[in-house]
Design a binder for this molecule. Structure first.
Ligand SMILES: Cc1cc2nc3c(=O)[nH]c(=O)nc-3n(C[C@H](O)[C@H](O)[C@H](O)COP(=O)(O)OP(=O)(O)OC[C@H]3O[C@@H](n4cnc5c(N)ncnc54)[C@H](O)[C@@H]3O)c2cc1C
Length: 374
């Protein structure tokens, strides 16, 4: 039997697992390595924080999915990779050999980008730790009226989480969004950025276009030198490559992520596939978002089947624009697609339908994945 190891239960791998549940891979023993038996669906996490979704609405049961797919489940994490030996070292100390390896482990939040963050901040990734710690912040806010919550990061996650926290904590806390020097939602259409700013202002979320450089108990320092009162810093910055990737021996892109080509294989080690936030398509760079990882899933599945059968692999052509749907935590959402954008309750209902359909599609007895997913 050939050994295929899927590392990480990210957005592409859940689609691979669902496809294997529908049609197994003959002659291949498949193993899934994941630190958690469930995968939080990030698109619904702000809704969980806002109290609009129950935690189970936003989770995919990886253990059940692996079971249905006939895939061996190893609850552990990749700690090191030795591609010359075709071997993974797991955090628990065991080694795992493979003939082909597929990596969909996502990125990590840098703990030391801002002085004092490691000691004092709440990090939004890993999502399971963040969601687990969130009730503690809620009870702190209940005990300490006027608590200063500062969300750091002006991207989609920071925007959605600032509004979600504002909604959940209502009058108990003040919420500030430190969006960074590039301002709120850089890269999004100008009209959408105005609407997003208006949404934050209307809910009394203060927005600061500056970088946070230091966090101390009760205080946050900005690059311009000013200081903000801050009892609960929440870090929602972009992701960095996981530490083990740097020493993996795989060729890396200039930003340190795993360099892949059109067929989703490592450009240096063709038996290693990498998708989603842990990778960088060097032939067709695209932004990091769940959309691209989800869309890579079917091509990855086809290529893993082709690898097993010794057939030619097919290219994944990332879409030019990805649909972004940002929840405003009040039932409305903002949509953007390339230069176009919209805002309203209908966008909120649209996002809700897409997100629920995506998570639902992995439950037992439900066929297929919403084509609209992300
Ligand atoms: C709050 C929030 C909201 C977001 N909303 C959206 C949105 O609406 N739309 C959108 O497109 N993007 C959104 N994003 C971005 C999106 O979450 C990421 O781009 C996406 O999750 C990347 O998918 P992935 O498959 O690469 O990895 P992930 O979804 O991060 O999954 C990686 C998996 O690998 C596991 N793993 C991690 N390390 C290891 C290891 N060493 N060994 C084994 N397994 C490991 C993790 O436990 C996890 O299950 C949001 C992000 C956040 C933080």
């Amino acid at each position: 039997m050939k050994q295929l190891v899927l590392a990480g239960g990210g957005h592409a791998h859940v689609r691979v697992l669902a496809a294997l549940a529908a049609r197994p891979l003959p002659g291949v023993e498949v193993t899934l390595v994941t630190p958690q038996p469930t995968q939080w669906y990030s698109g619904m996490v702000p809704g969980v924080i806002a109290g609009r979704y129950a935690p189970e609405d936003a989770q995919i049961d990886l253990a059940a999915l692996a079971h249905r797919a006939g895939v061996r489940l190893v609850l552990d994490a990749v700690a090191a990779l030795r591609p010359e030996a075709r071997q993974l070292r797991l955090a628990g100390g065991n080694d795992l050999a493979y003939d082909a390896l597929s990596l969909d482990t996502g990125g990590e939040l840098a703990r030391d980008l801002i002085d004092g963050a490691r000691e004092h901040a709440l990090f939004v990734r890993p999502l399971h730790s963040f969601v687990q710690l969130w009730p503690r912040l809620q009870s702190l806010a209940a005990r300490q009226p006027g608590l200063q919550v500062v969300v750091i990061g002006g991207g989609a996650a920071g925007f959605e989480l600032a509004l979600a926290m504002r909604r959940a904590l209502v009058a108990q806390a003040r919420v500030t969004l430190v969006a960074g020097n590039a301002g709120l939602l850089p890269g999004f259409p100008r009209g959408l950025r105005h609407r997003a700013l208006a949404a934050l202002k209307s809910r009394a979320v203060t927005v600061i276009a500056d970088d946070a450089v230091e966090i101390k108990p009760g205080q946050l320092r900005l690059s311009g030198g000013s200081r903000l009162p801050c009892d609960a810093p929440v870090l929602a910055l972009g992701v960095q490559p996981p530490a083990w990737v740097a020493d993996s021996g795989l060729r890396l892109a200039s930003d340190g992520f795993i360099a892949t080509g059109a067929t989703l294989q490592s450009v240096s080690h063709p038996e290693v596939f990498a998708v989603g936030d842990v990778s960088r398509r060097i032939d067709a760079p695209h932004p990091r978002s769940g959309v691209y990882a989800v869309r890579a899933g079917p091509v990855l599945t086809a290529n893993l089947r082709a690898w097993a059968a010794g057939q030619a692999l097919q290219p994944y052509r990332p879409q030019r624009f990805a649909l972004a749907l940002l929840s405003c935590a009040d039932g409305t959402a903002l949509a953007s697609w390339g230069p176009l954008f919209a805002h309203g309750a209908w966008v909120g209902r649209w996002k809700d339908r897409i997100d629920r359909a995506f998570v639902e599609s992995f439950r037992e007895g439900v066929q297929g994945t919403s084509l609209l997913a992300r």
